[in-house]
Design a protein around this ligand. Sequence first.
Ligand code: SAH
Length: 350
Amino acid sequence: MKKDILSMTMAELSDEIAELGQPKYRAGQIYRWLHKVGVKDFSEMTDLPLSFREILNDNFVIFSCDIEKKLISEYDSTVKYLFSLYDGERIETVVMKYKYGYTVCVSSQVGCRMGCRFCASTLSGVERNLFPSEILSQIYAAERDLGIRVSHVVMMGMGEPLDNYENVLRFLSLITDEYGKNISMRHISLSTCGIVPRICDLAALGLQLTLSVSLHAPNNEIRSAMMPVNRKWPVEELIEACRAYTEKTSRRISFEYALVAGQNDSPACAKQLAGLLRGLLCHINLIPVNEVRETGCRESSPEDVKKFSDILSAKGYAVTVRRKLGSDINAACGQLRRNSILTSNPDAGQ
Ligand code: SAH
């Protein structure tokens, strides 16, 4: 088995290089090629002797993302990739352009096992966790392909990042490494459906990461119907963990709330939500739900979205209604992979 070199820290790589009997400075050269330049192959490491590149190739593998499909939105130049991995699995990655720079939305798993009722990523369950290298290489592949520098990362693609905790933590330490892409932890958001013990673990680390919590409902009855994870960790426990997170990190939490017509979008829900989050350092992001054929969820009307938002603003909350980027290219979670599964195996949708 070749070793996953892109998932190694500089210290680990140094040990490996020493074991191969090579001088220490080689590790720095390799790390730079891998993480600053983002090469896909050892043959591109042109300042290393050819014989050493061959040794590297015999011992290590650089896990990369190959472009299977690339869609560019006509409205806002959002780019969505369907990438294929070494074993033929497919994941989705989205690149969005904002005034402050490029943001990449990365996937953390192939599929998802959380079962949220409105989400396309979870319809066929989870295949496997992504390695740290495979999370990184989504960013490297996008930078290479588009000739851009990415400044912000959101872990809001396919999968539940806190269900792949160790690999995600390693990814975070590699992407923020000053000898790599050196992206500031403050420019990274991690979105979770609410795995409470892992939120507490994250809080204990005190990272300057932005935590996004997919709340989507103001009480257990509605939330459990929309999100099975709520049966294990109910709203009260989730909010308590969020409070601990803000207290430990002084970071504002971003609550995601997908508005589904007739389910969670009433004025009563907005009032209950305002009560639930009272005193919590937070921001509320309202998202008219993206309609996915299989889920039957319908988007709230613009009037209901406005009413909902106004109630929260009147109570003093910072509220935004998410702009829909790339809606013409299936930019919402999991829809592209889903379509590719259905095209190659029409029975998968039954
Ligand atoms: N598993 C993580 C991150 C992935 S999804 C999480 O649950 O947070 C990123 C965000 O998109 C989450 O807030 C998720 O609830 C939301 N989402 C998923 N499907 C959606 C849909 N059809 N419409 C609107 N938001 C959706």
